[in-house]
Write a protein that binds this ligand. Structure first.
Ligand code: PMP
Length: 460
């Protein structure tokens, strides 16, 4: 095999030989090989050639407290020494799961009742969909099973979660979505708003589209609505003003549950503890992962109110057990790391830091709008995106993804890891980032943009 690559028997060659990567063109990987990251500290990671990068996406929107945080390493070690594993089946429990459940209910933005534990964002969303169905059966409404998510929403990749996700990559050739999962308008004003339509009018139209979809499907058949407060992987879509108020008014009319996917927004990213707070969302269910442990340990949690929980509990009593749960659900290692991680976020006011440094960084990004290649700058707190365009007037590109890939490559050369979603370049650095480091990151963005402007020439 080695002679098929340019990499000899290096770690790169060995990666190509046996490692099938997620979200990677598997054929192309044979030619380009991996970027191998060897260590990380604070907001930086270093590759196996000794090159250091700012991790502009906090790994996968997730390493909130930064790399090599001693307190997490010590909390994990203490827990592994004391009790490396226990589960919660058949009435069993352990201290970290009890403490964390209490903590999550305490910091929730609305009154919540119970926490169910899973291991990834996808698994959590899958579990919620199963709970929604189970609950409708419990309520004697077996026809109330459809759920509505949004185009470009991202909720993961397991069968139900990928169905909820509103992106073509996640459906095509996987025979998805499931037929009880529907999608409504993506609330991206810059892209979806019509000529002459105000932001407020656009938000109204999004709510009307939702209402019309519910009417078409039959209000008694729709059980839940799924949304990220700010869409992440679908391109950092910040909702238009008033959007969630209008959406919630529609849901209330038809007794439809609100599931807030806080997997990216949760724990400070939007400049509040939860994205739901930032946008006045009153969710029945909240899905959390990533920043809950700063991704040091795979972990996720579902926080639910009593209205959601009670019928499920009654049904489990009728059936004799709740027939769902994961070996590693509420794993003591993950729960212990989550507790310490939340303590770090609160004690160091990383939420305030995300708000302040985020505002500063986004203000600097705004200045890039003078570039002929920048169509929109958007964001909230410490999550932001720059939308690249070839034709600013038409808000369009001839070859989707070309500018995004060029920009990503330029930033990489210049020492910044980020991610382009087609022509959207996203920024979501660790929440410990300082103002100075945010300036350093911005300088790389600005320099990289200037380089690709020179590369592609004046757009015509
Ligand atoms: N929901 C949201 C909002 C996410 O951003 C993600 C991951 N990017 C997921 C769910 C899925 O999480 P995981 O990759 O842990 O399954």
């Amino acid at each position: 095999m080695d002679d098929m690559t340019n990499f000899g028997n290096t770690a790169e060659a060995r990666d190509i030989r046996h490692h099938f990567h997620g979200y990677t063109n598997a054929r192309r990987h044979m030619d380009v090989g991996p970027l191998i990251i060897e260590d990380g500290e604070g907001i930086y990671v270093t590759d196996n050639n000794g090159k250091r990068y700012i991790e502009g996406l906090a790994g996968l929107w997730s390493v909130g407290v930064g790399f090599r945080e001693r307190r997490l390493i010590e909390a994990a070690t203490r827990q592994l020494e004391k009790l490396p594993f226990y589960h919660n089946f058949g009435h069993k429990s352990h201290g970290p799961a009890i403490d964390l459940s209490e903590k999550l209910v305490e910091i929730a933005p609305v009154p919540m009742s119970k926490v169910f534990y899973t291991n990834s964002g996808s698994e959590a969303n899958d579990t919620v969909l199963k709970m929604v169905w189970y609950r409708s059966n419990a309520l004697g409404k077996p026809e109330k099973k459809k759920v509505i998510a949004r185009n470009r929403g991202y909720h993961g990749v397991t069968i139900a979660a990928a169905s909820l996700t509103g992106l073509p990559f996640n459906h095509r050739s996987f025979d998805l979505p499931l037929d009880r999962v529907l999608h409504t308008t993506c609330p991206h004003y810059w892209k979806e708003g019509r000529d002459g339509e105000s932001e407020e009018q656009f938000a109204t139209r999004c709510a009307e589209d939702l209402d019309a979809l519910i009417q078409r499907e039959g209000p008694d058949t729709v059980a839940a609505f799924w949304a990220e407060p700010v869409m992440g992987a679908g391109g950092v879509v910040v909702p238009p003003r008033g959007y969630f108020d209008k959406i919630q008014a529609v849901l209330a009319k038809y007794d439809i549950l609100f599931v807030a996917d806080e997997v990216i927004c949760g724990f400070g990213r939007t400049g509040e503890m939860f994205g739901s707070t930032t946008y006045g969302i009153r969710p029945d269910v909240m899905v959390m992962s990533k920043q809950i442990t700063s991704s040091y340990v795979p972990f996720s949690a579902i926080l639910m109110n009593e209205r959601f929980f009670a019928p499920i509990a009654d049904e489990s009593d009728r059936i004799s057990t709740f027939g769902h749960g994961y070996t590693a659900g509420g794993h003591p290692l993950g729960a212990a790391v989550a507790l310490e991680n939340l303590a770090i976020i609160q004690e160091n006011d990383l939420v305030g830091n995300a708000r302040e440094v985020g505002a500063h960084f986004r203000a600097r990004l705004e200045t890039l709008k003078s570039s002929p290649l920048v169509g929109e700058v958007r964001g909230v707190g410490l999550i932001a995106a720059v939308e690249l365009v070839e034709d600013k007037q038409a808000k369009s590109v001839r070859t989707p993804g070309r500018l995004g890939a060029l920009m990503n490559a330029a930033m990489h050369r210049n020492g910044l890891i980020s991610r382009n979603m087609t022509d959207t370049v996203a920024f979501c650095p660790p929440m410990i980032i300082t103002r100075q480091q945010a300036d350093d990151m911005f300088e790389i963005v600005a320099r990289s943009l200037a380089e690709i402007e020179a590369e592609v020439g004046a757009p015509g």
